[in-house]
Design a protein around this ligand. Structure first.
Ligand code: SF4
Length: 316
């Protein structure tokens, strides 16, 4: 089954069976935050890159193996799935095979084309992304094919919403210093008002990216943007997996100030400071060695508290 992966646990879709519609890194964008690598074919040409019959044969084989507890079949891949000109036929073919809901994860770039919008109408959930609503930031973060205009993509998303009755979850990936300013968030808010997605899902660079210029926001910064974008916005970034992120300034003082208020678990600090578990453990070990913090066990859970020089109370 060459074109199927998983089922994989997905934060947004539960257990999803992935379907690869295009070869690796055939894409309309070359995003600075891409986890797959640099785009090798930057194109707007829609073709049957992978024949629909081959994909449907693989989906059928995967489903024939019995109940895998799949919540969604996700048409995505390591490129832009709507570049496959047979995507509508593929969705319709899967629909005939199973009642498992079908999701499409797309970068939105081709939704300005009516035939692409029509092809996605039979999906249960469409998850388009829109990282910027100004042309400059769009070019900086997504490095699209030179012919692409973000205004046309927003038009396409708006037209799709008008015709589509399923769930529309708009993902925005935020990068430090590129699409997180007040001006950029205002532009995104105006676009969201037009598109009317069911959910706005905020993400940031929590996995190694193709370019070092793609830097994550902290959870605090994400929370501020979430409030600015209204009730449908939610944070989907999984900060617990963050690695290779430069430590914020004065991080040791910040940890001490937080722990002064109340003892914190490593997971609490991961959430509050938007760092990975490894980084928190490394800094806490250093502060323990300097006798600024001390570990304490409570209900079989590790906490950090301020080291006052007094022995810890025995707690079970
Ligand atoms: S749209 Fe997706 S696959 Fe294409 S470059 Fe961006 S992150 Fe990578």
């Amino acid at each position: 089954m060459k074109y199927i992966y998983g089922p994989v646990p997905s934060r947004r879709l539960g257990r999803s069976l992935g379907v690869d519609l295009v070869p690796r890194k055939v894409c309309t964008y070359d995003c600075i935050y891409c986890q797959v690598g640099k785009t090798t074919r930057l194109t707007l040409e829609r073709e049957e890159y992978v024949p629909a019959a081959d994909i449907l044969r693989d989906v059928h084989a995967a489903l024939s193996e019995g109940d895998k507890g799949i919540d969604y079949i996700a048409c995505s891949g390591s490129g832009e799935p709507c570049l496959n000109s047979a995507i509508g036929e593929i969705i319709a073919g899967i629909r005939e095979m199973t009642g498992v809901p079908i999701a499409v994860i797309t970068n939105s770039s081709l939704l300005s084309q009516q035939e692409v919008r029509e092809a996605l109408l039979r999906a249960d959930c469409v998850m388009p992304s829109l990282d910027a609503a100004t042309q400059n930031s769009f070019q900086e973060i997504n490095r699209p094919h030179p012919a692409m205009q973000v205004a046309e993509i927003i038009e396409g998303l708006t037209a799709f919403r008008s015709a589509y009755r399923g769930q529309l979850w708009l993902e925005i990936l935020l990068c430090q210093g590129i699409n997180d300013s007040e001006k950029e968030i205002d532009a995104l808010r105006a676009a969201i008002r037009r598109i009317r997605p069911d959910r706005v899902q905020l993400n940031t660079v929590v996995r190694p990216a193709v370019e070092a210029s793609a830097v994550a926001l902290t959870l605090d910064q994400m929370e501020l943007i979430k409030s600015a974008l209204g009730d449908t916005a939610e944070i989907i970034a999984d900060f617990t997996g963050m690695r290779h992120v430069a430590l914020p300034e004065k991080i040791e003082e910040r940890i001490i100030r937080i722990v002064e208020r109340r003892p914190m678990t490593p997971d609490d600090l991961v959430r509050v400071l938007s760092l990975g578990t490894e980084e928190i453990t490394m800094i806490a070990d250093k502060l323990i060695a300097q006798r600024k913090l001390k570990p304490r066990s409570f209900n079989q859970q590790l906490y950090y508290e301020i080291d006052t020089g007094e022995p810890s109370k025995k707690v079970s």
